[in-house]
Ligand binder design. Structure first.
Ligand code: IPE
Ligand code: IPE
Ligand code: MG
Length: 246
């Protein structure tokens, strides 16, 4: 699909169906830095700039929900100084994320935030609160997020509700589970983009991606541009989603 002819791309553009919810696995920062003989944290810094640019591009394209995978529950295994540099970047970017509020973008966070520093949590809660009425697009940042962790969290909550008699086992439906996930109220992801050449989910939105389409590219995240996002949307338009039907 990368080699789709220009005219075809133009044709698609006119009648392009834009995925409602796009997920992005921001991968390849470390390799990007290594190629330049720089420390990995330099790659994370560049990756954070790309995140800001692509958020704006997504809004321009008309995407309604975009989720960026920024830090997984497994990423704590990395060396402490790398984890610290990523956390420091979040803090800096949380201040800058406030700019998005001026652009009518709602900001939400998914993941277990209780493991993050109290200061970071406070900032996250405030950004969510201050942007909750905005509706041009919802920007979702997955920080200390893991799909399995999210399901465990939901199951614990449901078990408590059953234990204290608020729910009976028959009340447990897909909708009920969905409503207990961090992504409560957010539609399932339609398109998942993973740069850097890896072709795996790495514990991203595992419940929500049951019928997602995937777009993989070898570009490293810091090099990812609006054009690449458009290419992913064009590729999505070539897919025939059947959801089990015919
Ligand atoms: C993604 O880039 C950022 C995070 C996981 C926090 P990586 O740091 O995984 O970059 P590579 O995959 O090592 O190149
Ligand atoms: C996935 O990237 C997590 C994020 C981008 C936040 P990783 O680099 O951690 O994934 P693996 O280890 O290659 O599967
Ligand atoms: Mg990686």
């Amino acid at each position: 699909m990368d080699n789709m002819s220009v005219s075809k791309k133009e044709a698609l553009k006119k009648d392009m169906s834009v995925p409602v919810h796009v997920g992005v696995i921001m991968d390849g920062n470390g390799r990007w830095a290594k190629k330049r003989g720089m420390p990995r944290k330099y790659g994370h810094r560049e990756g954070a700039k790309t995140f800001r640019a692509i958020t704006r591009s997504a809004k321009e394209i008309g995407i309604r929900y975009i989720t960026f995978y920024a830090f997984s529950t497994e990423n704590w295994q990395r060396p402490a100084d790398e984890v610290k540099s990523i956390m420091d970047l979040f803090e800096k970017y949380l201040d800058e994320v406030r700019d998005f509020i001026d652009e009518n973008i709602r900001v939400r966070f998914i993941g277990d935030r209780l493991m993050l520093s109290p200061r970071l949590q406070k900032k996250m809660n405030r950004v969510e609160e201050d942007s909750k009425d905005f509706d041009s697009m919802t920007l979702i940042l997955a920080i200390n997020y893991g799909g399995r962790d999210e399901i465990v969290h939901a199951v614990r909550e449901i078990a408590e509700s059953v234990q204290n008699g608020e729910l009976s086992p028959e009340d447990i439906t897909q909708e009920l589970i969905q409503g207990r996930l961090y992504t409560e109220g957010i539609p399932d992801v339609d398109l998942i983009i993973r740069p850097s050449g890896e072709q795996r989910l790495s514990n991203f939105l595992i419940w929500q991606s049951a019928y997602a389409e995937y777009y993989f590219t070898n570009i490293l995240w810091p090099d990812f541009t609006k054009k690449d996002l458009e290419n992913a949307v064009a590729a999505y338009n070539e897919r025939n989603r059947r959801f089990g039907g015919i």
